[in-house]
Design a protein around this ligand. Structure first.
Ligand SMILES: Cc1cc2nc3c(=O)[nH]c(=O)nc-3n(C[C@H](O)[C@H](O)[C@H](O)COP(=O)(O)OP(=O)(O)OC[C@H]3O[C@@H](n4cnc5c(N)ncnc54)[C@H](O)[C@@H]3O)c2cc1C
Ligand SMILES: *[C@@H]1O[C@H](CO)[C@@H](O)[C@H](O)[C@H]1NC(C)=O
Ligand SMILES: *[C@@H]1O[C@H](CO)[C@@H](O)[C@H](O)[C@H]1NC(C)=O
Ligand SMILES: *[C@@H]1O[C@H](CO)[C@@H](O)[C@H](O)[C@H]1NC(C)=O
Ligand SMILES: *[C@@H]1O[C@H](CO)[C@@H](O)[C@H](O)[C@H]1NC(C)=O
Ligand SMILES: *[C@@H]1O[C@H](CO)[C@@H](O)[C@H](O)[C@H]1NC(C)=O
Ligand SMILES: *[C@@H]1O[C@H](CO)[C@@H](O)[C@H](O)[C@H]1NC(C)=O
Ligand SMILES: *[C@@H]1O[C@H](CO)[C@@H](O)[C@H](O)[C@H]1NC(C)=O
Length: 488
C-alpha cells in the first residue's frame, strides 16, 4: 500500500489534468467532482490517482476482463470514513464500486469508471472466547483470518482457496470445507456491521434488523457495505488433506470414484472438490480432498487412494495454503457459470469429458468443477428457521457445479462468455433430463455470468429483496454501481 499524502495544490493539479488523460463525458465529470471532494476529507484520506501504485492495487482484480479504469481510488480505514465517502458519492452522483479482495470475475461488480472503494485497510481480527465468535474486517482474505482463528484452536466456515476475499464470498452465500457440517458461510454469521446507503453504521443481527439480516445472506452489495463480519466458530483439530492429480488415462476411474463417493459417503467431515481441467491440449483431473479430523476413517477415500492420493496430516490453514498453490488464484481473463445437479452419474460425467475439450482459442484453461456437498449443507437456512436472500433447503440440494475458463486475448471475451453459457447450459439441461436437477434450480450468485436473471439466483425472494433494498437506498446510490441489483 502506498499512501498518497499530497499537498493540496499537487492533488488539485493532478485532478485538473485528468480530463485530458481520460475520455471526457458525464461520468468523468461527476467522478472528478467526487474525487476532488474526497481529497478534501479530514483526516486526509488514502486516495489513489491513476498511475500510482495504490491506484493500481486498488483497481486490480483477478479477472482482468472485469477490470476498469477508475477516476480515483480510496481506501477507507473505518466505517465512519466510509460514511463520509458515501455522502460524497450520493451528492456528486459519481459511479462507484466496492472491492473486497477482487475475486469476482464480472465487470462492474467490484470495478467502476468512477470512485473505486478498496476495503483492504479493514483487516481487523478478534476472537471472543466467551461467545466463541470471531469478528473480522472485509479487507481480509479467508487465508488471512484462518491462521488467526486457528491459533485459538478454532475455525469458522470460509472459502477454500487462498486469496479469495471474505467480503464477496460471505455476502454472496459461501461454500466452505465446513459446509457439510455447518452450512453455508452466510448461515454462520451472527452479526454484520453495515454502512448503509442511508449513511448509518448499524450492527445488524437477526433481531435488530431482520430485513437487512435476511438480505445480507446472499444479497451482496444491495443493502450497504459490510465493514465487519462476526461468525460462529468451532473447535479445530488437525486435518488430513491432499490434492490428487489424475492423468487423462485414469479419468474414467476418477468419475467412478466421484459417483461412488457422492452416493455412499455421509460423513460430513469428508470433502471432495473435483476439477476436470483442459489445458495444454489435454484433460487432467485435480481433486481437492480434505478430511476434517486428524485421521481418515476406513473406506471414506479408498477410491481416491487407489488413484494415488497421498494424504498428509496438517493444520487446516496449512491445507488451504498448500492446496491453493496447486491451481488457485491465477490472474488472467476469467469467467464462471454454474449448473446445479443434486447428484452425479456416469452419463453426466462422460458428457463433461467431451464438453470441455472444445477450444483452441487464446484459452489457457477450460474446466468443469463437480463440487459435491451433502444435503446437510443446505439445511441451515430456512429449514433451520433462518431464511436468507439466497434460498437453500435440504429438499433441493442443488450443488454449485460449474464451468470456468481462463484466457488471454480481449478479443475472445465474447467467445468464452458464449462458450461458458453453452457448456453450463448443456450440463444443466442434461442434469434435468437425468432427473438430477430441476428447470427452476437456484444458482449461486458468486458462480454465474453477469447476465444471469435475478430469479435464477433468488427465486421467489426477488420482490421482497427489491422492497428492502429500495427502503435502505433512498438516494439511489445503487443506480451508480454494478452487481446483481434488485432495486434498479
Ligand atoms: C480462485 C477462486 C476460488 C473460489 N472459491 C470459492 C469457494 O470455495 N467458495 C465460494 O463460495 N466461492 C468461491 N469463489 C467465488 C467467490 O465467492 C467470489 O469470487 C467472491 O466474489 C470473492 O469475494 P471477494 O471479496 O474477493 O470479491 P470482490 O470481487 O472484491 O467483490 C465481489 C462482490 O461483492 C461485493 N462486495 C465486496 N465487498 C463487500 C462488502 N464488504 N459488503 C457488501 N458487498 C461487498 C462487491 O460489490 C462485488 O459485487 C472462488 C473464486 C475464485 C476466483
Ligand atoms: C495490494 O496491497 C495489499 C497490501 O496492502 C496486498 O496484500 C495485496 O496483495 C495487493 N494487491 C495487489 C493486486 O497487488
Ligand atoms: C485504462 O487506460 C489505459 C490508458 O489509457 C488503457 O491502455 C487501458 O486499456 C485501459 N484499461 C481498461 C480496462 O479500460
Ligand atoms: C443520499 O441522499 C438521500 C436523499 O436523496 C438521503 O436520504 C440519504 O441518506 C443519502 N445517503 C447518504 C449516504 O448520504
Ligand atoms: C456494534 O457492536 C459492537 C460490539 O459487538 C460495539 O462495540 C459497537 O459499539 C456497536 N456499534 C453500533 C453502531 O452499535
Ligand atoms: C465405494 O465406496 C465405498 C465406501 O465409501 C468403498 O468401500 C468402496 O471400496 C468404493 N468402491 C467401489 C468400487 O465400490
Ligand atoms: C490408471 O491408468 C493406468 C494406465 O492405463 C492403469 O495401469 C492403472 O491401473 C490406472 N489406475 C487406476 C486406479 O484406475
Ligand atoms: C482451431 O482453430 C483453427 C483456426 O482458427 C480452426 O480451423 C479449427 O477448427 C479449430 N479447432 C477446434 C477444435 O476448435
Amino acid at each position: 500500500m502506498v499512501q498518497f499524502l499530497p499537498s493540496t495544490p499537487l492533488l488539485f493539479f493532478s485532478l485538473s489534468v485528468l480530463p485530458h488523460v481520460l475520455a471526457g463525458g458525464p461520468t468523468t465529470s461527476t467522478a472528478l467532482r467526487a474525487c476532488q471532494k474526497l481529497s478534501a476529507l479530514n483526516p486526509p484520506p488514502l486516495l489513489g490517482l491513476p498511475g500510482s501504485a495504490q491506484f493500481n492495487n486498488d483497481t486490480a482484480l483477478s479477472g482482468l476482463n472485469a477490470q476498469q479504469n477508475a477516476t480515483c481510488s480510496i481506501e477507507p480505514r473505518s466505517a465512519q470514513e466510509l460514511v463520509s465517502i458515501f455522502k460524497i458519492i450520493n451528492e456528486t452522483r459519481s459511479p462507484w464500486a466496492a472491492k473486497g479482495n477482487g475475486h469476482n470475475y464480472n465487470k462492474g461488480f467490484a470495478s467502476t469508471t468512477g470512485v473505486q472503494i478498496a476495503l483492504q485497510q479493514m483487516r481487523s481480527f478478534s476472537y471472543d472466547p466467551v461467545r466463541k465468535t470471531a469478528s473480522f474486517g472485509p479487507g481480509n482474505a479467508w487465508s488471512d483470518v484462518f491462521p488467526q482463528i486457528e491459533a485459538h484452536g478454532a475455525m469458522f466456515a470460509g472459502g477454500r482457496i487462498a486469496g479469495v476475499g471474505v467480503s464477496g464470498l460471505a455476502t454472496g452465500g459461501g461454500y466452505s470445507y465446513k459446509s457439510n457440517q455447518f452450512g453455508l458461510v452466510s448461515d454462520n454469521i451472527v452479526q454484520y456491521e453495515l454502512v448503509t446507503y442511508t449513511g448509518e453504521i448499524l450492527n445488524v443481527t437477526s433481531t435488530s434488523h431482520p430485513d437487512l439480516f435476511f438480505g445480507l445472506q446472499g444479497g451482496l452489495n444491495n443493502f450497504g457495505i459490510v465493514t465487519k463480519f462476526t461468525m460462529a466458530t468451532y473447535p479445530q483439530s488437525l486435518v488430513q488433506g491432499t490434492v490428487l492429480i489424475v492423468p487423462a488415462e485414469n479419468l474414467t476411474a476418477l468419475a467412478h470414484a466421484i459417483i461412488n463417493f457422492s452416493q455412499r459417503v455421509t460423513d460430513g467431515k469428508a470433502d471432495i472438490n473435483p476439477v476436470f481441467m483442459y489445458a495444454g491440449g489435454k484433460i487432467t483431473g485435480f481433486v481437492y480432498l480434505l478430511y476434517d479430523g486428524p485421521n481418515i476413517p476406513g473406506g471414506v477415500f479408498d477410491d481416491f487412494i487407489a488413484l494415488g492420493a497421498q494424504f498428509k496430516q496438517q493444520t487446516f490453514s496449512e491445507y488451504v495454503d498448500s492446496s491453493s498453490a496447486v491451481l488457485g488464484g491465477s490472474v488472467s481473463r476469467q469467467g464462471l457459470q454454474q449448473w446445479a445437479p443434486t447428484g452425479y452419474n456416469m452419463d453426466l460425467l462422460n458428457r463433461k469429458h467431451g464438453q470441455i475439450a472444445t477450444t483452441n482459442r487464446s484459452g489457457l484453461a477450460l474446466y468443469m468443477t463437480t463440487e459435491w456437498f451433502l444435503p446437510t449443507t443446505f439445511s441451515y437456512g430456512s429449514d433451520a428457521g433462518r431464511p436468507s436472500a439466497y434460498p437453500h433447503s435440504k429438499s433441493n440440494p442443488w450443488n454449485p457445479a460449474n464451468v470456468g475458463a481462463a484466457w488471454d486475448d480481449p478479443a475472445d471475451d465474447k467467445y468464452f462468455n458464449d462458450l461458458l453459457t453453452q457448456l453450463a447450459g448443456d450440463m444443466q439441461a442434461a442434469s434435468v433430463a437425468e432427473g438430477l436437477s430441476s428447470p427452476n434450480a437456484i444458482f449461486y450468485p458468486n458462480y454465474v455470468l453477469p447476465n444471469t436473471p435475478l430469479t435464477r439466483m433468488y427465486g421467489g425472494n426477488v420482490d421482497v429483496l427489491a422492497k428492502i433494498s429500495k427502503k435502505w437506498d433512498p438516494g439511489h446510490m445503487l443506480s451508480l454501481t454494478g452487481g446483481f441489483l434488485f432495486a434498479n
